[in-house]
Ligand binder design. Structure first.
Ligand code: TXA
Ligand code: MG
Length: 348
């Protein structure tokens, strides 16, 4: 574990991890969204080790991180005009774009697909590692597959200690949910994963952009609708069973109280993910507030940390309140729906 100041990174410490990456090793580092686990994207055995360290299925490719726009050209087959537009407006930042790939990329890095996911992170440590290692860096979120993504170095340590070469501790990440993924490789631009860049902001620049049906859906759609490998794998799931309660807020609070009574009567320990506005309605149990439901950036920042915290209290079931799907709320609700494996209860 190497502590690095995220505002003013010590270049000699960054050089240590750049050398590890160049030698085929694995390093976890902060980005503005979540911590990533980095490997040299052009080194097939390093990328294979990356999949192994995370227990990640080989059919789910990582995002490739670069430090400047010109670095996309060796990685992609073409740059559509929509990409130019979005890159100019949103890079560096929490937006990943899917391009047709170039043949220079090892197959394992793109899981054998003919497309590639790329972004420029907006974080001094991440950018400096990419620059000093002089490689595009493959970096999925630095959690064990199926666990909530890590927003602190401690989360990475809990999941990956002993499985990777180093962790850079640059403090808690500021956005807290992963990047938004937009596919520009097909006929029409499609948002595949809601994340740190709101759909509304993207739509303003690119009016043809649509949400993939899987993103807006409240249930697990059939497999033929899948166009991102990440959609079909279990995700963000704590040890406890998560139930997401959706509806008007007073109904949600009443439903959660009723459900907790029921689980307590079955001798089960209950955790509740509440918001500042509802927190005091609940008694007993392990109760955490995600923040104000009117400040969804704060809710997004707290989400994965609190899922881990509630889970570590040894509860059997976590009852989570829904929030609005506006702005970063769409990413929050998408992660909660997945964490609950689409066990969604409508309160009325
Ligand atoms: O914010 C983030 O994006 C973080 C930080 C570390 O940058 N990274 C991250 O990576 O979330 P990961 O690997 O956990 O998620 C990558 C997502 C997965 O859902 C994957 O299926 C999708 O991007 N993806 C990668 N390559 C793809 C491709 N060629 N086509 C469609 N989806 C792709
Ligand atoms: Mg991930």
């Amino acid at each position: 574990m190497i502590k690095v100041d995220s505002e003013n990174p010590d270049l000699s410490k960054i050089q240590i991890v750049a050398n590890i990456i160049q030698n085929g090793g694995l390093v976890a580092f902060p980005t503005e969204t979540v911590y990533g686990l980095g490997a040299d994207a052009l080194n097939p055995s390093a990328v294979l080790a990356l999949f192994n360290a995370k227990n990640r299925p080989l059919d789910n490719p990582p995002i490739i991180h670069i430090a400047e726009k010109s670095a996309i050209y060796p990685l992609v087959a073409e740059v559509p005009p929509e990409a130019e537009l979005l890159m100019r407006k949103f890079w560096p930042g929490p937006l990943t774009l899917i391009f047709k790939r170039s043949k220079n990329i090892p197959d394992v890095t793109v899981a054998g697909l003919d497309t590639i996911a790329i972004r420029i992170p907006k974080h001094k440590i991440a950018l400096q590692i990419i620059k000093q290692s002089q490689r595009p860096i493959a970096a999925p979120s630095a959690n064990l597959a199926t666990k909530p993504s890590p927003t602190t170095a401690q989360h990475v340590y809990e999941d990956l200690n002993g499985r990777i070469d180093a962790i850079i501790d640059g403090g808690a990440t500021s956005i807290g949910v992963e990047s938004t993924v937009v596919d520009l490789s097909g006929d029409k631009p499609v948002l595949l994963r809601p994340g740190g860049t709101p759909f509304e902001a993207l739509k303003k620049e690119l009016s043809t952009l649509e949400l993939h049906p899987f993103v807006s859906s409240e249930c697990d759609l059939s497999l033929d609708k899948i166009s991102s490998p990440g959609m079909k794998h279990k995700h963000y799931a704590p040890k406890a069973e998560v139930l997401l309660v959706e509806g008007n807020i007073q109904d949600v609070v009443n439903k959660i109280k009723e459900l907790s009574k029921y689980y307590v009567s079955k001798n089960m320990a209950v955790g509740i993910l509440a918001t500042d506005e509802t927190y005091s309605s609940y008694v007993g149990h392990v109760i955490k507030s995600l923040g104000s439901r009117f400040n969804l950036s704060v809710v997004a920042r707290n989400l994965f940390r609190l899922l881990r915290e509630v889970d570590s209290q040894g509860v059997d079931v976590i009852l989570a309140e829904s929030v609005s799907t506006e702005g970063l709320g769409l990413a929050v609700m998408n992660r909660l729906r997945k964490a609950s494996c689409y066990r969604i209860i409508k309160a009325s």
